[in-house]
Structure formats: C-alpha cells, structure tokens
Design a binder for this molecule. Sequence first.
Ligand code: SF4
Length: 236
Amino acid sequence: MTEKADLTAVLDRAAEGGRITPEEALDLYRSAPLHALGQAADAVRRRRYAGTEHIATYIIERNINYTNSCVTACKFCAFYAAPKSDKVWTRDLDDILRRCAETVELGGTQIMFQGGHHPDYGVEYYEEHFAAIKAAYPQLVIHSLGASEVEHMARISGVSAEEAIRRIHAAGLDSFAAPAPSCCPSGRARPSRRSRSPASAGWRSWSSRTASASSRRRRCSWARARPTPSASSTCA
Ligand code: SF4
C-alpha cells in the first residue's frame, strides 16, 4: 500500500502526464481521496483537450431494468432476486417500449437495457427486444450489456459468444456498456472476486469477449471510449 503522501505524488505525476504502475493505480483506486482523484483527472482532461477544455458534454439516457432475476448472486448487489424467489419481477415488452417512448419524449437519445442474468434469457430474448426497440425508436442508441451477459446468453442458447455478439448487434445493440463484476482482477485478488460474484464469468472471459467485439469493429465501449456518462450500478 502506498502511503498517503505518496498517493499525492502519484496523483501529481499522473496529472502531469507521467506513467503510473498497476500497483499505484490499485492504491489510487482503493485509497485516493475522491476530490483529489477528480482534480487529477480534470487536469489530464484539460491538457489532452486543450482548446476545447471548457466544453463538457452529456447525453440523456434512461436505464431500463428488464428483470431482477439473476443466477449470479454478487454479494454487493441489492438489486437481484434469486430466480425462484417470490421477489422476482420481469418487465414485458410493452412496458419496455413505453419507457423508451417516455425517454424520447424527454429528449433522451440512449437507453441502457440492464438487468440480472435471467436463467431463461438467451440470445433470442435480446434479439427480440433490441429489434422491437429499434423498430419503434430507430433514433435511440442501445448501449447495454457486458461480457458477463454475453457469456450467459450464449450458454443458454447453446451458441458461441462470437455468434451471440453478432446476433445482438444485428438486432440493434449499438454499443456495449460497462464491464460486469467479471472484470475484477484475478491472480492475487481472485478469491475476493469469487466471493463477490461467485457465478460470474472471469476476467479472461471478459478480455476474450472484448477482443471479439473489437475485431468485429463494433461501436463498442469495451473497444473504444465514447462520451457516454451513464452510471450503471447493478451489472452489465
Ligand atoms: S450485479 Fe448484476 S450480475 Fe451481479 S447479482 Fe446483481 S444483477 Fe446479477
């Protein structure tokens, strides 16, 4: 663990454009004061986008939770319900489309389709829903899912992850969202990740899915940064 004074030095170095080591990055992640971290990040932004640094952009996005049923059981998650629990709910397509309509009416341009790893939802479920959303609201960007969802739906449908990616993209998925707990590091941190997300895919799988999406030149946030200030909290 880097001492507090050293953390300041690491942040200063990063803000000035210097490199930091993986260990220092982990220390910052765990221990850096939030405002100091934000200040350093802002310094980097201002330097990299000199001339337009006074411009910050945003979009209006809506999270649409389609089910809380999830087989993954992440320990930190207050959202999911075990699939056989009486707390499980799902949203039907009409309800989802109504929420899309509200988003458009409010000037929204993007939706995050976010939910648990439902035991029955394979590639077909996402194809049907993405296609229906795009048919009704072609102007909406669908920015959703992550490697863990891809692994899960592919397993249920008995297809490869590559085929799942191809099909959900063809159905309307525009970009992938944040990684799931599956991208937590393995190695020394592996027992910790396993205890937090016991049924989630591992980071190697996440990495492999990322490479897959990248190689297909997806407009994909795994592969390339986009100005998408969505704050996904449960999964994906
Ligand atoms: S974070 Fe996502 S994958 Fe994990 S239990 Fe919650 S809904 Fe399921």
